[in-house]
Design a protein around this ligand. Structure first.
Ligand code: GTP
Ligand code: MG
Length: 325
């Protein structure tokens, strides 16, 4: 007979976490068992917790939520738990394997006006739809760094998919990040709000803008990359712990020497962002009214390819007929 499994709800329910330790942990952004299960010893040590104790806490949290080795067969079962959110365009969904997926990061990069923020708005609405309509019946967490989030646009998109605009706005949890440190902090403190609101989509629009404006010059590059790297890993761990999709945007700089080539752009953040992101989609303007081209440039398992979509009053849509194969 297997022993009955103890259910841990709060971090102070874990062995070796008393009220004082729980308080310390919360202060540095670990308010849930899920976040502790994916923490590192160094992160807990930052709150003044000894290494041995930190290791015990992490192990207990892992046991509580059963993070352990799995067989490939079990992995296949876990992967079945991966959810997808429709972008609003079937062509774009097909390009990325059926929509933006949970448990990993999807990066949209492209020049100004290429549709990155519009996609973020659309996904924040679509995640609320039931699964049979391409959503996850969940809420969205929206970190806005450039003050480009528009409530009216959300309402417009919500109406079009048949959601009540007020309710749709209530299920988008929003914060504006004033600088890169604030952006990092917002994400570090996000686990509680994610859990309490059934957040299934975490958006950072833009991931890189603050970093780019604050860390100028070659000498500041290593520090910038190191901070971005840590930030991305935190995002990935949240996405895994809560089975949420993570979507980030990244503006690109033109590369004058390759001005006419299709890939004459260089994502800000360089390799670090590239390696942590699992799916990368390059957006650019195309001929035709509000038409955009999405190019899948990196994916763990899908081939490269392109899809067209349109940005209309309704939101992100397919080009009627033209690319509906
Ligand atoms: P940056 O953040 O500046 O790098 O650009 P971005 O890639 O985020 O661009 P964004 O998603 O803001 O796309 C802007 C484009 O979307 C505009 O040029 C319009 O073509 C389109 N757009 C935005 N809002 C609306 C709208 O309410 N109606 C319609 N029809 N199009 C819109
Ligand atoms: Mg934008």
């Amino acid at each position: 007979m297997p022993a009955e499994k103890k259910v841990y709800l709060r971090i102070e329910d874990l062995p070796s976490v008393g009220a004082a330790t729980a308080q310390k942990l919360r202060e540095i952004g670990f308010s849930t068992i899920e976040s502790l299960a994916t923490a590192t010893i160094a992160e807990l040590a930052a709150a003044g917790i000894g290494e041995k104790r930190a290791a015990e806490i992490i192990a207990a949290a892992r046991e509580a939520i059963e993070i352990s080795w799995v067989t490939a067969k079990q992995l296949a079962e876990l992967k079945k738990g991966v959810g997808r959110i429709t972008t609003g365009s079937k062509a774009l969904d097909n390009l990325i394997g059926g929509g933006v997926e949970t448990q990993s990061i999807t990066e949209f990069f492209g020049e100004f006006g290429s549709g990155k923020s519009q996609l973020c708005h659309q996904l924040a609405v679509n995640v609320q739809l039931p699964t049979e309509r391409g959503g996850l019946s969940g809420a969205a967490l929206y970190i806005d760094t450039e003050n480009t989030f528009r409530i009216e646009r959300i309402a417009q998109m919500a109406k079009h998919v048949g959601l009540d605009p007020d309710e749709a706005c209530e299920r988008i949890i929003y914060a504006e990040a004033y600088n890169s440190d604030h952006q990092i902090l917002l994400l570090e403190k996000a686990d509680k709000v994610i859990k309490e609101n059934n957040v299934r989509l975490i958006i950072i629009d833009s991931l890189t803008a603050h970093f780019r404006s604050e860390y100028v010059g070659r000498q500041s590059l290593p520090e910038r990359q190191q901070k971005l790297n840590k930030h991305m890993h935190k995002l990935l761990r949240l996405a895994r712990a809560f089975n949420a999709a993570a979507v980030v945007t990244n503006q690109v700089m033109a590369r004058p020497d390759e001005f006419f080539s299709a890939m004459a752009v260089l994502p800000v953040g360089g390799h670090i962002v590239g390696h942590t992101s699992h799916t990368r989609i390059y957006l650019r303007k195309a001929a035709g009214k509000n038409v955009r081209i999405a190019r899948l440039v990196a994916s763990p398992y899908l081939p490269e390819g392109e899809a067209l979509f349109r940005i209309t009053e309704n939101g992100i849509e397919d080009l009627e007929g033209e690319n509906a194969e």
